[in-house]
Design a protein around this ligand. Sequence first.
Ligand SMILES: Nc1ncnc2c1ncn2[C@@H]1O[C@H](COP(=O)(O)OP(=O)(O)OP(=O)(O)O)[C@@H](O)[C@H]1O
Length: 122
Amino acid sequence: MKSQEFSFRSRIKSFRFAMEGIGSFFQREHNAWLHFMATIAVITLTALVGVTKNELLALVFAIGFVWVAEMFNTCIERVMDFVSDQRHAEIKFIKDLAAGAVLVSAVTALAVGAIVFIPKLF
Ligand SMILES: Nc1ncnc2c1ncn2[C@@H]1O[C@H](COP(=O)(O)OP(=O)(O)OP(=O)(O)O)[C@@H](O)[C@H]1O
């Protein structure tokens, strides 16, 4: 692979493509809006009950973790649908594994939320 010289213009272009990717995620995936509403709910709760800096760090990472897992899951689903429209056991395995990763991230975020908020609410 040819190495390219660093250029701010191409970095800005890459950033714009990444933002377009996030925009498409919202346009095409209902799950994006569910995560958005969940994120707003957590931010609201955080503002209402108050959290320490470390708790905030844990919450920010938990939220980001779920977003990243969901976005990669969408990529994998789309690639698989693009590669073949036939049913195939290996495609099922790959899609289900990616969906499993989202579930792991969601359970992790739920655990972080419970650890932070339950003692403050009850
Ligand atoms: N081409 C395929 N070959 C084999 N199994 C598939 C294929 N496409 C999807 N599946 C499997 O069928 C089940 C449902 O698939 P589907 O894509 O509808 O999942 P979903 O979770 O409902 O997706 P979405 O989030 O897009 O609604 C899953 O277990 C998935 O792995």
